[in-house]
Design a protein around this ligand. Structure first.
Ligand SMILES: [Zn+2]
Length: 199
């Protein structure tokens, strides 16, 4: 989990949507149903949420986790940032095998309140499934079944994979082997971001 330790705001569409759901907004309820089915929330909605977020937090110094996921999202982000007179410094591509994805999802625990995720293999959480950040209950994610996973994998192939060449052409793409343990992957990501973050 990427934290605020870089001194710049970090967010993901998932975090924004969970907040909408918890606030009980119509948008939050609608998107919760979409996610439950394993579908992706529409580009239009995601882009609006991100644009609002950027307006609130400023377009200079931020990390998006899990966004953009589609070509239309990436193109919209480019024009939103152009309007804010800024641009992306980095696009980090975490490469993981299908087996790694399966192993991780089948053992994933998530906080029902704040969205913190961990693994059932992490002994201290298996024993007492309570969130270290907010004391919320750690539960297996409801969208964890394999039908949903299959759908996500094929969505990834058709919609997300093209982003590798999109950001490759902009010369900001950095690939990281995400099959390794969490700490190693995190320290690689940190090094890349710290190399770009303002001191
Ligand atoms: Zn929590």
């Amino acid at each position: 989990m990427i934290t605020r330790q870089f001194g710049i705001p970090v967010t993901s569409p998932g975090a924004i949507l969970r907040r909408e759901r918890d606030l009980g907004t119509p948008l939050g309820q609608e998107t919760a149903e979409v996610l439950q089915r394993g579908d992706l929330v529409s580009d239009k909605i995601i882009i609006e949420l991100i644009e609002d977020w950027l307006r609130l937090h400023g377009g200079h110094g931020f990390v998006f986790d899990g966004f953009p996921r589609t070509l239309p999202q990436a193109e919209s982000l480019t024009s939103i940032l152009a309007r804010l007179r800024t641009a992306l410094d980095l696009a980090i591509w975490l490469e993981v095998s299908e087996q790694t994805v399966r192993d991780r999802i089948s053992g994933r625990l998530q906080c029902g309140a704040c969205g913190f995720t961990t693994s059932v293999k992490c002994a201290k959480f298996a024993e007492r499934p309570v969130c270290p950040y907010c004391d919320g209950p750690l539960v297996r994610r409801t969208d964890d079944d394999m039908t949903v996973l299959q759908k996500r994998l094929s969505e990834f192939e058709t919609k997300t994979q093209p982003l590798a060449s999109f950001y490759g052409k902009m010369s900001i793409l950095h690939r990281i082997d995400g099959n390794r343990d969490r700490e190693t992957v995190f320290s690689d990501i940190s090094r890349l971001i710290e190399g770009k973050a303002p001191a």
